[in-house]
Design a protein around this ligand. Structure first.
Ligand code: THU
Length: 135
């Protein structure tokens, strides 16, 4: 079974958009939602969490991945990211996605719209020649 059919893609988008409503972004006012599809089919959401000490801000993608890890989930197949306008993942998030699965499918979407308005890429293509800790 393909774990990422269009039904799953739409579920991921919906979860990312719902999570976006929970974003804590009083400084930038740029709300981002994410949702990760885990190996067992679970979908785990995240949103950006800012701080008055701006550098402490955590992106939606890393909140979703961290929450999934904390739930014991593994084998991440895909992540959806929703923002307005659509946002490409930052460098730190790209490194985090590649850490868990270079083949992870990354869906980049706006606040609404269908799959034909969603960009789809692969984590490793977003971060070529990524760092690997191989002593
Ligand atoms: N942000 C994310 O949550 N994900 C991204 O991929 C890019 C940026 C957040 C961080 C910050 O809260 C706001 O967007 C503006 O940078």
């Amino acid at each position: 079974m393909n774990p990422l059919d269009d039904t799953r893609r739409l579920e991921l988008l919906r979860a990312a958009r719902l999570a976006r409503a929970h974003a804590y972004a009083p400084y930038s006012r740029f709300r981002v939602g994410a949702a990760v599809l885990c190996g067992d089919g679970r979908i785990v959401p995240g949103c950006n969490v800012e701080n008055s000490s701006f550098g402490l801000t955590v992106c939606a993608e890393r909140v979703a991945i961290g929450a999934a890890i904390a739930q014991g989930a593994t084998g991440f197949h895909a992540i959806a990211i929703a923002a307005s306008p659509p946002a490409m993942p930052c460098g730190a998030c790209r490194q985090t996605l590649v850490e868990f699965n270079p083949d992870m499918v990354v869906l980049i979407a706006g606040p609404d719209g269908d799959l034909d308005e969603t960009r789809e890429m692969r984590a490793a293509d977003l971060l070529p020649d990524s760092f690997r800790f191989e002593p």
